[in-house]
Design a protein around this ligand. Structure first.
Ligand code: GUN
Ligand code: ZN
Length: 350
């Protein structure tokens, strides 16, 4: 399953109804952002984030630590929690495991992530091990603080950088806590060159983690990485990539990514992706909008609806990629699926 990211309780530019039309079953919200605005009191008053954003399907909330460390250069971490300066008025604030869970209880998300201590993927030395052990201690504090374990599933997050021994130790410790699902963290960010190392980290974790519980690769979102990670046994993914890249005019297709800002699309009156069943590409005669590459080229980065079109197409692409992976696994045809995916991507005709 791929989870599109609705950081501020919205997938930028598209409505909850449109997201349902894509048959999206679960989206991701960020505790850090919703905790600042609308804030805990508003969330309690309205009765949680499902009601707030008119979304009856599932929500997963990330716990906040990763967002602070990636967004705020000034965040510092102690055993107590993550210290940061309020983006509103610059006053010092502290996000503890207990506070993150309390916010996620108010949000009412279906999947709650533990607060973890995240270090950049390429970090080396004792800081990686410190973050790994601290994430284990913070999971215990999160579990103790969680008020709704029957209705909100808490997931542990494996850390340990690129060190196989630390990853293994972390998996063993987290599994003892017996959470309903487990995430593989510390894979996101940094340069693309690390993808080989990340594949190793996913492999090391999925080899150990129980196959009967969801295994979630956090922040993984390029199509190739999704397909490879599914092959390694991962079940769940999230990434801002498909929605963010849409705003730069990029369409994700089975033959690769097309930048529709390029001049030669000005006279391309074909669909964004031939054969795509999304509401944007589908012809009018089949109930779609029949939007052309030339039209998106004309709009994108100038008129917001151009980005909305590509957002819908890209999210559909990611959801469909994972739907087909699921169907292939069920039909016992997953190797054929992987082969077709890479042959389209590398040998296909744009
Ligand atoms: N999003 C991407 N990677 C991570 C991670 O390691 N931890 C958390 N909490 N969120 C993430
Ligand atoms: Zn499409």
């Amino acid at each position: 399953m791929f989870m599109p990211v609705a950081t501020q309780a919205s997938l930028k530019g598209i409505t909850p109804e449109q997201l349902e039309q894509l048959d999206c079953k679960i989206c991701l919200n960020n505790t850090y952002h919703l905790g600042l605005k609308p804030g805990q009191e508003a969330l309690d008053t309205v009765g949680g984030a499902h009601k707030f954003q008119s979304w009856n399907r599932n929500i997963l909330t990330d716990s906040g630590g990763f967002q602070m460390v990636s967004l705020l250069k000034l965040a510092t971490i102690t055993e107590e929690g993550v210290n940061f300066l309020s983006p509103h008025d610059g006053s010092p604030m502290l996000l503890t495991p207990e506070h993150s869970i309390s916010l996620q209880n108010s949000i009412g998300s279906d999947i709650v992530m533990q607060l973890d201590d995240v270090v950049a993927t390429l970090t080396k030395g004792p800081r990686v091990e410190e973050a790994m052990w601290r994430s284990i201690r913070w999971l215990d504090r999160c579990i103790a603080a969680h008020k709704n374990p029957d209705t909100q599933n808490i997931f542990a997050i494996i850390q340990g950088g690129l060190d196989p021994e630390l990853r293994k130790k972390c998996c063993e410790e987290m599994m003892k806590r017996d959470t309903p699902g487990i995430a593989i963290g510390g894979l996101s960010g940094g340069e693309d060159k690390e993808s080989y190392c990340k594949v190793n980290s996913v492999d090391q974790c999925t080899e150990i983690l129980p196959a009967n519980k969801p295994r979630y690769c956090m922040g993984v979102g390029y199509a190739e990485d999704l397909v490879v990670s599914v092959a390694l046994g991962a079940d769940l993914f999230d990434c801002v990539y498909p929605t963010r890249t849409a705003r730069f005019g990029n369409a994700i297709t089975k033959y690769g990514v097309l930048n529709l800002q390029k001049r030669h699309y000005a006279y391309d009156f074909g669909p964004v992706e031939e054969g795509c069943k999304c509401p944007i590409c589908k012809p009018k005669s089949e109930g779609g909008l029949g939007i052309t590459r030339a039209y998106v080229h004309h709009l994108v980065t100038k008129e917001t609806v151009g980005a909305h079109f590509l957002t819908l197409h890209n999210v559909h692409y990611q959801l469909e990629l994972m739907r087909q992976a699921r169907q292939a696994i069920i039909a016992d045809k997953f190797p054929e699926y992987v082969h077709q995916f890479f042959s389209d991507l590398h040998g296909g005709d744009k």
